[in-house]
Every structure is written in C-alpha cells, then in structure tokens.
Design a protein around this ligand. Structure first.
Ligand code: FES
Ligand code: FES
Length: 437
C-alpha cells in the first residue's frame, strides 16, 4: 500500500495542495493528474524535454523529477501559467506566427524552456538560443529548429519593448491567397497553449471503468514460438482477459498485398496482430493483457512465460540476405525487392587515375521514425454500434480495412478517428497498435 502525503506548491501563481506518493510520483505525473496536461510526456526518461516546467525559474524535466525532492511551496510554472487563448504570451504568439508549431507535441516544453531562457538572458543571440535548448534537452522532430529560434528572437523583441504583439501576429485580413502565405496552422493555438489533447491526454480523461491494455513483447528478435503460458498472468489482480494469437478471429495479419511490382514472393508479408508461430523482429507482440488499471495490466504482462526456439538474429540487411540465412517470413524471400540499377558513363578511367581508391561494401543505417509522442489508442463501442478506435492512423480507410481483415470484423462496423498526432513520420500507416486494441 502506497504511503501518501499532502504537499503544497505554488503552481501557476496559486497555492495548490496535491496528494501524492513522494517517493514514487514524478512531478509530471502529479501535474497531469491535477489536469495540467499541457505537460507532455514523451520519452519519460529525461531526454526529449517535452515535459519541461520551471521550478523557481529553473528549467526542469518533470518526468524524472521526484515530487518528494521538491521543497514545499516552490513556484512551479507550466505552459498553462504562461498564457491562454485571448491572453497569449509573446512566446506563444511567436510560435504560432513563425511556424514553431507543427505536430506541436514538443511545443509546450519548448515555450516553457524559452521562458526560462528569457528570464536569465532577455537578449540572447541565435546561437545562445540553440545552445540553451541543447543544454536543456529540448528536442523537436518536425521543425528543423529554425522556426523555433525565429520565434524566440521575435518574442524577445516584444518583451524588451522593441516590437509589439501586433508586429508578431499574423495579419489574416491582409492575406490575399492562402497558397504561398504563412497562414498559421489551425491547431497552433491549442498546441501553443497546452490545450491540445493527444492520445495520452485523452486516456487520462476516459470514463471510469475503462480497461487498460499491456503488451507482452517477444523475448527474442527471431524465434519459433513453442508455448506462451498465460496461466499465472490470468490469476493476477485486476486482470479481465489475457489474449494470445488464438483469440484473434480474422486473418491475424495486418499486411496488404504489395503495391510495388518489383516485390518478390507472394507480396504479402505476415505481420500478425499477435504472433502465434514465430517472432520475426524486436517488438513483436506475443500476448495482450486487459486489466482494470495500467499498473495491473503491466504487472500481469510480466507473468506471461515464453518457451521459444531461438533463431539467429539478423541485425543488418547484408546478414539477412546471405544465401544461408533463414527465411524470416513465409512466402517472401528475405531479399524481398530489387531496385533496377541505372549506370552512367564508364568511370573506370577516373578510378584508374584517382589518387586514392577506397573499396568496400556500404549500406545506410536503419532509419527509425521516432516521434516524441507515445502511441496511445482508445477503443470503444459507439452508441450507434460502431467499433470506434481513436488513434494515430495516417491512412484511415486502409486502417479500417486492415483491422477488419486481421480481426475478423466488418469494415463498415469500424470507425477510426485520428487523434491530434504528435508526429508519426509514416510508422502509423500500419495498424500494429490500433489492431491490438
Ligand atoms: S524528458 Fe520528460 S518526457 Fe522526455
Ligand atoms: S513540432 Fe516539435 S516534435 Fe513536432
């Protein structure tokens, strides 16, 4: 049983008592619990800066700051305390006008961090702005940082009295044509004020009694599954249901026939919703737990036992396409596609006469999508009988088809709603997570 304490902090200008476990609760958890969901949690490990807040004027990553380590009555400032629609702070206005908001998941943390910078240094150079964000671990995956630095420089001018809010506010009336204009994105206001709800914010606001899911990830990169023993997990507190591949009623495959004519084999790779026969990659799911709380679901997931026949793990493409490599997916060779090679003029003379010639085999690195926002999905039966999934799906029609065929449902009984998305960069085109829900 957790031992709880009542602590009082000056949060966004007012004293607020919070009931918490001082040894376990992180500041971000407590702030989000009292409704300040402008504090975003991306990595949860102190590396992305999405959760930045100010404590007594200093930038702190709240996801790794234990609440019990903060002196009572400290002044805590979150994005909600900086400004709101109708009374924007210059930083928020500049972020909107200069394109600092794209997916917007990093935005509250960046604005809070920039606020801390301008408290210390009201006239920073562009290099100092960049150095500040580097030092405070503020990461953005969308903007390329230039619009963010532009926004800080513009807001700083207003705060020094060298420009007005009008100067940094987009003039909608002067806009002749939206094409070629710098029309701010419609969602920018909500994102710059911390009011945009992403998947994890919606999860906090679901009705009481909503079940939580936890996945059991395969304990190998490549293996044949001999047995998944869920008997202990089923007895864990709060567990509603433990699911394995046999519980998936459809094809249990979220893939579609390839649309690339050069693909070899059947053109259909097996990407099971829950793996029943084989684990082919790091992150493959072998079981799914539904429980009354997130903690109960995760505790039960740890009790699932996996009996596997471990196969060689191929960490690079060259390893996977060696003649003696084991085929990963049924009916699709590991060397699954060959691009035609177009050669230009004969370069042998140039190479023969070159001062230095380097010979070798070169391949590019794995390119992860890596959005900062975690992937959180809500699922419920709508009042009209439709299975409704709220998620990050980027191709909604394809997603419905994919979930329908994999899970044995009718496509016209599935509704997919795209939540506000904190970046995806292509990975949520496939139905991996929302098919699980
Ligand atoms: S640093 Fe806290 S969520 Fe990433
Ligand atoms: S706008 Fe910064 S991560 Fe998307």
């Amino acid at each position: 049983m957790a031992k709880l304490t009542r602590l009082v902090f000056q949060i966004n200008g007012v004293p607020r008592p919070v009931v918490c476990d001082p040894e376990k609760d992180m500041l971000s958890t407590v702030l989000r619990r009292i409704g300040l969901t402008g504090v975003k949690v991306g990595c949860g490990t102190g590396v992305c800066g999405a959760c930045s807040v100010l404590i007594d004027g200093k930038v702190v990553r709240s996801c790794t700051k234990k609440i019990g380590s903060i002196p009572e009555y400290s002044e805590i400032l979150t994005i909600e305390g900086i400004g709101a629609p109708g009374r924007l702070h210059p930083l928020q206005q500049a972020w909107i006008t200069y394109g600092g908001v794209q997916c917007g998941f990093c935005t509250p943390g960046f604005i809070v961090s920039a606020y801390g910078l301008l408290l210390e240094n009201p006239a920073p150079t562009r290099e100092e702005v960049r150095e500040w964000f580097r030092k405070n671990h503020n990461v953005c995956r969308c903007t390329g940082y230039k619009p963010i630095v532009d926004a800080v420089m513009a807001a700083a001018k207003v705060m020094r009295g060298e420009a007005t809010m009008d100067d940094i506010t987009y003039d909608f009336e002067a806009e002749k044509d939206i094409y070629g204009s710098k029309h701010p994105r419609p969602s920018a206001l909500a994102k710059a004020t911390g009011l945009a709800d992403y998947g994890d914010d919606i999860a906090l606001k679901m009705p009481e009694g909503t079940a939580h899911l936890a996945v059991v990830i395969g304990e190998a990169y490549h293996a044949n599954i001999l047995e998944i023993d869920v008997s202990e997990a089923e007895k864990m507190p709060g567990v509603i249901k433990v699911m394995t591949a046999k519980d998936v009623k459809g094809t249990n495959n979220i893939d579609f026939p390839a649309v690339v004519p050069r693909q070899r084999g059947s053109g259909l790779t097996e990407f099971p919703v829950i793996c029943g026969e084989k684990i082919c990659r790091n992150g493959d799911v072998v079981a799914l737990i539904a429980a009354d709380t997130r903690e109960h679901a995760r505790a039960a997931a740890k009790k699932v036992k996996q009996k596997l026949e471990i196969l060689p793990a191929y960490m690079t493409l060259p390893e996977a396409v060696m003649p003696n490599s084991i085929q990963l997916h049924k009916n699709v060779p590991n060397f699954y596609m060959e691009q035609p090679c177009f050669k230009g003029e004969d370069a042998s003379e140039l190479i023969d006469n070159a001062e230095v010639v380097v010979e070798g085999s070169f391949h590019s690195q794995h390119e992860p999508h890596l959005p900062i926002e975690p992937d959180v999905v809500q699922g419920y039966w709508g009042a009209d009988g439709m299975l409704t999934l709220q998620c990050k799906a980027q191709a909604i029609t394809e997603a419905r088809e994919s979930v329908a065929q994999a899970c044995g449902l009718k496509m016209d009984e599935i509704r997919i709603i795209m939540n506000t998305v904190g970046g995806s960069f292509g990975y949520s085109v496939t139905a991996n997570t929302y098919a699980l829900v």
